[in-house]
Design a protein around this ligand. Structure first.
Ligand code: FES
Length: 102
């Protein structure tokens, strides 16, 4: 189990091992775009991981290729639908755009 902190709201969610960030966010009724329903095809679930990157599954080729195609991607970027919580450390992410809940 890991604690996921969602910025900018600061809301925290307990996330079980093996759950994607997208599933955790949607399960907590936090709005995040996910146009392709988690297929790593749309890039709309792009988020920044501020802390706890090692507590997430590694970036696979599909995710990497999709991230490469997104403007504004940085070293902290992940696709929420592809990043699975490993349960080893707590994680802090930052939502972007319409999903930020501001
Ligand atoms: S929901 Fe489309 S890439 Fe994650």
């Amino acid at each position: 189990m890991s604690v996921l902190t969602v910025m900018p709201s600061g809301k925290t969610i307990d996330v079980a091992e093996g759950v994607t960030l997208l599933a955790a966010l949607l399960g907590a009724e936090i709005g995040i775009p996910h146009k392709c329903e988690g297929q790593a095809k749309c890039g709309s679930c792009h988020i920044f991981v501020q802390e706890g990157r090692k507590g997430l599954s590694k970036i696979a080729r599909e995710e990497n290729e999709r991230l490469d195609a997104i403007v504004g991607v940085g070293s902290k970027s992940r696709l929420a639908c592809q990043a699975k919580v490993l349960g080893t450390e707590n994680i802090k992410i930052e939502l972007l755009g319409f999903g930020s809940g501001i």
